[in-house]
Design a protein around this ligand. Structure first.
Ligand code: PLP
Length: 388
């Protein structure tokens, strides 16, 4: 894995284009394609499991989405995607959900055969790879969301791996530095207090986040904005390898503490984990204190490790039907706020049965780099002690 931003960016043929967020890039690319290769009723082949925000941007760009189903392993069927393509299709869109890499080679082949573009959504990962290939280098275009992966209020970028026509971002406005500074300071104070209070939620200031929505009667509009200088400076100063390793450590810790529970399953675990013979040398819960030095003596000493290249955004788990909201509330009562993916998707499309499972059963455990050991212990204890 590359160690810093510069090295990571060297994996791509061009410099990044910075935007206020990744969604704005997507909107810009759709417009750019239509301007240069217009179709009367353009469509885009999309996964059915997406946030309402992306749906709104598709409508704002004048495209029609044609949805393919997404499995509970966050994977897709190439045959289904092939069957959706018609003469108005401009692009196929694929997501590395929550940082779990998906193999895009078959889609790359399909889109090349059909003279379509492949859009690779890396909003949930940064400097990840799959089978040695950096995520974001397979698609013709790739988006990254700095605001998500660095816990900022703003920031995303575009990597153009293919540029059939001259490209100029259509950004008209810029996010204000003041706005970004205010949010950076506020969130950093919150994280520090959380650490000092040993994970206690001092002000009880967290709540279940609102669910995204889309009003199909409304005309959708987007103002494309540029990333502010403060976020760009913050990005250039951030040590990616440290942030990434912390996220990976958090997932590793949770895997090893909740893995055997029968009430839910971490998604992607079988593909992304490998077992190492490791032993704990102290009473601490911290996985940073696990050493690989001695062979394990029993299976209880065996610890799961993450495969190289997996850079998580959150840790998605698949709960048993009808239990997700209860688990979410119990964790909230312990001071841990969990998202539930996008329960607005698949937007009433009954044929997307697998995405419906995700809609009702997926829960995201937070593993970002500001999650501290107290919070990890709390999550593990709460999930282990839960009576469903
Ligand atoms: C899968 C996915 N792609 C893209 C985006 C857009 O990212 P941003 O929030 O930076 O616009 C989001 C955000 O909601 C997302 O979840």
């Amino acid at each position: 894995m590359q160690t810093d931003l510069k090295q990571f960016l060297e994996c791509f043929p061009q410099e990044p284009h910075y935007y206020a967020n990744a969604g704005h890039v997507f909107y810009d690319i759709m417009n750019w394609i239509q301007e240069n290769r217009p179709k009367s009723k353009p469509n885009i082949i999309m996964p059915a499991y997406i946030p309402a925000k992306l749906y709104r941007f598709i409508l704002a760009a004048g495209y029609k989405p044609k949805f393919y189903d997404v499995s509970t392993e966050l994977d897709f069927s190439v045959d289904e995607i092939r069957s959706l393509i018609d003469d108005q299709t401009q692009m196929v869109f694929a997501i590395h959900y929550f940082g779990i890499p998906v193999d895009l080679d078959p889609l790359k082949q399909l889109t090349q055969e059909q003279d379509l573009f492949l859009f690779e959504d890396c909003a949930h990962t940064l400097n990840g790879s799959w089978q040695g290939k950096t995520l974001g280098t397979t698609g013709d275009f790739a988006i990254f969301s700095i605001r998500k992966m660095l816990q900022l209020h703003c920031g995303g970028f575009l990597m153009l791996n293919k540029q059939p026509w001259p490209f100029q971002p259509s950004r008209t406005k810029k996010v204000s530095n003041f706005f970004t500074g205010y949010h950076i300071v506020g969130s950093r104070i919150k994280y520090s207090l959380n650490r000092l209070s040993r994970g206690r939620n001092l002000f009880q200031k967290i709540s279940i986040p609102e669910i995204g929505y889309i009003d199909f009667n409304e005309k959708q509009t987007v103002t494309v904005k540029r990333m502010d200088r403060l976020s760009q400076w913050y990005l250039s100063k951030s040590k990616l390898s440290t942030l990434i390793e912390k996220r990976r450590e958090n997932v590793r810790f949770l895997w090893n503490h909740i893995r055997d529970l029968e009430t839910f399953a971490p998604i992607g675990f079988d593909r992304l984990s490998e077992i190492n013979n490791t032993v704990r040398h102290s009473n601490s819960h911290s996985d940073s204190e696990i050493h690989n030095s001695q062979p394990a003596e029993s299976s209880a000493d065996q610890k799961y490790q993450l495969i190289n290249g997996y850079v998580p955004f959150s840790l998605p788990i698949l709960t048993l039907a009808g239990t997700r909201e209860f688990i979410q509330k119990e964790l909230l009562n312990c001071g841990i706020m969990c998202y539930i993916g996008w329960s607005e998707a698949p937007f009433g499309m009954k044929e997307c049965r697998k995405a419906e499972q995700l809609q009702s059963r997926l829960l995201e455990l937070p593993v970002h780099h500001y999650i501290n050991q107290y919070q990890l212990d709390t999550m593990a204890d709460c999930l282990n002690g839960m009576k469903l």
